[in-house]
Design a protein around this ligand. Structure first.
Ligand code: PMP
Length: 427
């Protein structure tokens, strides 16, 4: 058999060669939903930038500054190309998706929404796509409406959305892929409903969990804004971006202010650059942006379609195998074909932190907690869950190791409970 994508790419990631706890075999990293690992190529670009090019961008005529500027702006071109933007001016570098969504809420939101206007979200949103809208709603006396889950599919109830849309709907913000449910939301179907029932709404897509894993084409999806984080797609931390339609961006007021984003400053007045410059105040995250460009080069060499296809296999395998662990409840769509390659779960009697700690002793990294989705967990009636999330560098063998470790852990706790029961019987 030919080697899987995971087997072929794993060696590109130095960190995946190290061990943790007292294990003899390398760490099994199943927490890419929180952040992805970085390939050697990206690490090399960061190192070489600081060794050879480091300089401030946009304002120097000297060689280093010109080189830094062209590398930084080349990274913008790479991002624009990656998301199929209409123009490079539509890419605003931010510190991450969180900052990108805050930018839309505080610039577009403050400028365009008035008391009584409505924002539609889903109950499954990450806090990053929740709290900025809650704050805006408090500030401007807006109404928030939430699309719930569909018990039949385990994903978002897209049919419920229609009833919430009207002339007053000014924002519809939702995630492409849920970082807890693993559902892949039907963006085009949602966009169509919004356009026909809420003509005044801007559509904001949180693409944090989709962009690293599949082909994402903003022109095809038809949204107005898209937010993503570089660190989840093999890039460094501290860099992400907002994609927005150029005309919308140019109509939006500046958000943060200072150097770089201005056109003319006098003692009395100031004018601003066009997008994206007007939203990039101060010295940007130059090395990180260039690192993100290198990550995109790396992903495109593998091919996003190849990543997508391979991760479908992992998604199905993960979901099917987790079902064989006694006492686990799995969150999200029950149809494995409708799932991304992550799965959150909880055990009927073992705390998710205990599960995660026991897995760690076996050298397996999974996350436990609310995954920045407290409203979703409340909706599901559980305080927290554990989550295993894959990337293309994972293999079915990683999932086998996860399952074996989970089963050992469940057995261990069952043994403890039995012993406790027997001790009770003695009294
Ligand atoms: N949205 C989703 C769906 C996410 O998974 C995350 C990261 N966990 C974010 C938003 C926020 O991204 P960041 O913390 O990188 O800004």
């Amino acid at each position: 058999a030919t080697a899987s994508l995971g087997e072929r790419t794993r060696g590109d990631f130095p960190i995946l060669q190290r061990t943790v706890t007292d294990q003899e075999t390398p760490v099994i990293y199943l927490d890419s939903g929180a952040t992805s690992q970085k390939p050697q190529e990206v690490l090399d670009v960061l190192q070489s930038y600081y060794e050879r090019t480091n300089s401030n961008v946009h304002r120097g005529a000297h060689t280093l500054s010109r080189e830094a500027t062209s590398a930084y702006e080349a990274a913008r071109d790479k991002v624009a190309h990656f998301v199929h933007a209409f123009s490079r001016n539509e890419i605003v570098f931010t510190s991450g998706a969180t900052e990108a969504i805050n930018l839309v809420a505080q610039s577009y939101g403050r400028a365009n929404l008035v008391a009584g206007d409505e924002i539609v979200l889903t109950v499954a949103e990450h806090h990053a796509n929740f709290v900025p809208w809650q704050l805006l709603a408090q500030e401007k006396n807006l109404k928030l409406k939430f699309v719930h889950l569909d018990p039949a599919t385990g994903g978002i109830d897209v049919n419920e959305l229609e009833g919430y849309l009207n002339e007053k709907t000014k924002i519809v913000a939702f995630q492409h892929v849920s970082n807890v449910l693993a559902c892949i939301n039907p963006v085009k179907e949602i966009v169509q409903k919004v356009r026909s029932h809420a003509p005044n709404a801007a559509i904001v897509l949180d693409a944090c969990q989709s962009l690293p894993h599949m082909v994402v084409d903003v022109q095809d999806l038809g949204v107005d804004f898209l937010a993503a984080s570089g660190h989840k797609m093999c890039g460094p931390t501290g860099i992400g971006f907002l994609w927005g339609k150029e005309q919308l961006l140019n109509e939006m007021p500046p958000w943060k202010s200072g150097g770089e984003m201005i056109d003319q400053v006098t003692l009395e007045s100031v004018t601003f650059q066009a997008a994206p410059g007007r939203f990039e105040a101060g010295t940007p995250a130059i090395a990180q942006a260039i690192g993100l460009g290198a990550a995109i080069d790396y992903l495109q060499k593998i091919g996003m379609k190849n990543i997508e296809l391979y991760e479908h296999e992992l998604a199905e395998y993960l979901y099917e195998q987790l079902q064989t662990v006694p006492g686990l409840t799995l969150l999200g769509p029950t149809d494995p074909k409708k799932r991304a390659a992550l799965c959150a779960f909880y055990h009927e009697s073992i705390h998710p932190s205990d599960l995660s700690t026991f897995l760690d002793m076996d050298g397996i990294a999974v996350r436990a907690g609310h995954h920045c989705c407290q409203p979703l967990h409340a909706e599901l009636g559980i305080p927290h869950s554990a989550r295993a999330s894959c990337y293309f560098y994972n293999t079915k063998e990683d999932i086998d190791a996860l399952i074996a470790s989970l089963k050992r852990t469940v057995d261990f706790f069952a043994g403890l409970n039995n012993a406790a029961d027997e001790a009770d019987d003695d009294f």
